[in-house]
Design a binder for this molecule. Structure first.
Ligand code: ADP
Length: 351
């Protein structure tokens, strides 16, 4: 409807017209009823017209001064708040359709603020959960160390049956704490953007062979064979941070051994894509249920906590892997079937 939200001009125009029309009617009526005060019809029309013009000017200015200028102030404040600091406001000028515009601006503003609040609430929940997770993860090793040390102080240090054993156990717990703290430090460096990548050209096949060699002992303990997928063992030069990609490969291989089936195998494959190389690490292990897959890269997320801890896992490995690949502007994803196996696939830029 055109007149649902009339402009100041329209309001003034119609209001002044009604007044002028009422005046005209009363003057015509008076002239008709009391011929003594008879006024010529053209005089009445002139009076009507003059009243219309004056009333219009009065209405229009009053509306501008008392209502629209104030609304303009609100509009300007909203515009200033919406525009980022140091930049010009979104819209300096307001047309006559100001009420509509202010209404729209307020709606947009409310929507964006609601979104911001929701985002902040999510971050707050995330922060609270994260703090809870960190203290929970550190609590176990700290309590363990405390227990061993107290027993040693209470005389255990002289007991040759337990003194070395307890010291070794305490040392293992210290090692676990150091690993958690180290991993958290790496994540926080990535998140603060303080970690600089040392990009260079290198042979990814050679790096994968190195990584496989360093994992042979661990894989041997579980009788898991490590190698390359048939037909995919090709030399590719990539442009990336060699040390960080080594960390990615080590992590994926370690996981494939930890969560692989004894006597199984882990295979790496390289696939040529347009500007990238796709690298896949596949195992025929326990697999990951679909519901857990989207959460795998979250900090401290573990499908089976006991199994992860048994292998010294912190639940931070895949989170670091994701950070490393995102810092390279690359992605990682996972395909998996329970009891069949998992494939972690990531891309790297060709050199
Ligand atoms: P963790 O230290 O627990 O291994 P990660 O961040 O490396 O932490 O992995 C998170 C979780 O993802 C693991 O606890 C495990 O449940 C699951 N996971 C990772 N890799 C595999 C895999 N190859 N097969 C099955 N589950 C896996």
């Amino acid at each position: 409807m055109a007149y649902k939200n009339p402009t100041p001009r329209q309001v003034s125009f119609f209001s002044s017209f009604i007044i002028a029309f009422a005046l005209g009617l009363s003057l015509f009526g008076t002239s008709f009823l009391f011929p003594v005060v008879h006024l010529a019809w053209y005089l009445i029309l002139i009076l009507m017209f003059t009243t219309w013009v004056f009333a219009y000017l009065i209405f229009y200015n009053a509306l501008q001064i008392f209502i629209y200028r104030r609304i303009k102030l609100v509009y300007k404040t909203i515009s200033d708040l919406k525009s980022p600091r140091g930049r010009a406001p979104l819209k300096e000028k307001m047309s006559d359709n100001s009420l509509d515009e202010v209404d729209q601006e307020v709606r947009d503003w409310t929507e964006s603020k609601t979104r911001e609040i929701e985002e902040l609430q999510k971050l707050e929940t995330f922060r609270r959960e994260f703090l809870g997770n960190v203290s929970h993860e550190l609590k176990t090793p700290v309590f363990n160390i405390q227990g061993y040390i107290e027993t040693l102080i209470d005389g255990g240090v002289k007991d040759h049956d337990i003194n070395t054993l307890y010291l070794r156990r305490a040392a293992k717990n210290v090692e676990r704490m150091a690993k958690i703290i180290g991993d958290l430090e790496v994540i926080s460096l990535f998140e603060s953007g303080a970690l600089q990548l040392e990009l260079k050209k290198f042979n990814i096949l050679e790096l994968a062979e190195d990584s496989i060699d360093s994992m042979r002992l661990m894989a041997g303990k579980r009788n898991i064979a490590l190698g390359f997928k048939e037909g995919t063992k090709k030399v590719f030069q990539v442009w990336a941070d060699r040390e960080k990609i080594r960390q990615v490969l080590d992590n994926l291989l370690t996981n494939s051994i930890k969560y692989g089936k004894a006597g199984g195998e882990t295979l790496i494959g390289f696939y040529n894509m347009d500007r990238n190389i796709l690298i896949e690490v596949s195992d025929n292990g326990i697999g990951i249920e679909k519901v857990f897959r989207p959460r795998l890269f979250e900090r401290f997320f573990r499908v089976d906590k006991a199994r992860s801890k048994e292998h010294g896992g912190t639940g931070l490995g895949l989170s670091i892997v994701k950070h490393i690949l995102e810092a390279h502007d690359q992605t990682i994803n996972v395909r998996s079937s329970v009891d069949v196996g998992s494939t972690f696939a990531f891309t790297l830029k060709k050199a």
